[in-house]
Design a protein around this ligand. Sequence first.
Ligand code: UD1
Ligand code: CA
Length: 424
Amino acid sequence: MLKSIILAAGKGTRMKSETPKVLHEIFNKPLLGYVIEGVNDTGLADENIVIVGHQAEKVEEYIEANYKNAKTVLQSPQLGTGHAVSMALPLLNDYDGEVIILCGDTPLITSETIKDFVEFHRQEKADLTVMSAIFDNPTNYGRIIRNSDGSLNSIVEEKDATAEQKRVNEVNAGIYCLNWSKIKPAFKDLKTNNAQGEYYLTDIVKWAGGKSLKTMAYTLKNNEEIFGINSKANLAEASKLLNKRIVKKHLDNGVTIIDPDTTWISPETEIEPDTIIYPSCYIEGKNKIGKNCKIGPFAHLRGDVVLEDNVKIGNFVEVKKTTIKSNTNACHLTYLGDSEIGSNVNIGAGTITANYNPLTKVKSKTIIKDNAKIGSNSVLVAPVTIEEGANVGAVGVITKNIPAWALAITRSPLKIIEGWVRGK
Ligand code: UD1
Ligand code: CA
């Protein structure tokens, strides 16, 4: 059995925000969500305990609304990482399994690494395993201090480290795996006699060594995974790093992405091979994109978009909550929202599905059946259906259903007055 404790009580002063740090988002998902899902996706853990403090109500609300296997525990005041974990003691009084401890502000941690870490802990039959990382310039991290035989001795915080200890480039990544009942007594023994006057979680390493319990360090392979968010600049960088991973995955799967640097693809988007994504596209939310589609340049998919094969979504086209069947084109300057669009449909430049009534706040559906053609600059006022093969003339304002194979024209006839300009 495995449970996680996720530390998320800290203030995050440098975010300069009214929003708690761990609720800042990458692709519409809070940082904390990435950590919880990272744990859940291992399939190893049955419960997540999130330690909340600063703006606790907002974090509690988020957890309650989104994660059934997570609960929150309040830490107030915040007296350090060791104190934070000790808040979970009453909850885990009779618990006799493993606990992994992580931070809520490191969204790039992967479930593969967490799984590997726990497997290492189990294989080594350790009582306490710390995740370490090797940095060329390890400023601010706690240093991993090893005995002369290479075994783990302790972790020393930078503020408490000697000059020699500061030169150690193996650092504490801030992720731990504990055999709970063995390590639990440590929390009552933690002291605040250190440079920051805090209860340090890191002191459990020395404590466990003193009790002849087996302590191990697992070295992280990709340092990016513990990239922590402390500022808006960090948030932007983490978003880029996450996006880079996603873009690489799609490239590896056979998707053509012309410019990875300006292409944003959310983690929940699936794309089949031989689709081409042109530069400067923003794809957010959950989407499913088929084979041989062409997206962009400058397209915005906002989620719940399903594109079958050979669909073209061109420049300045925004699509939301819409299904588009194969061989349909919407090549320029269009908004398609809450729509169902058939195959072999042509959506002319500047077409808008008017899906939202701002007075009633009701959103309605637009249905366009196979082989329909929508003339440029048309507005389809939802709810509305364009039946199979129907044509809408350019600048159509469509407020009624159009029957199959009909032509709908709503513009006034063109009038030409010969010589009118000369007469002036
Ligand atoms: C901590 C480690 C350090 C490690 C680093 C990795 C300690 C003493 N030091 O340092 O060895 O290299 O993480 O990132 O643990 N938090 C609470 N309640 C508190 C204090 C902190 O919930 O009372 C949370 C914070 O919100 C944060 C996490 O714990 O998510 C880490 O706290 P932080 O103060 O950032 O620890 P570091 O000083 O970075
Ligand atoms: Ca600190």
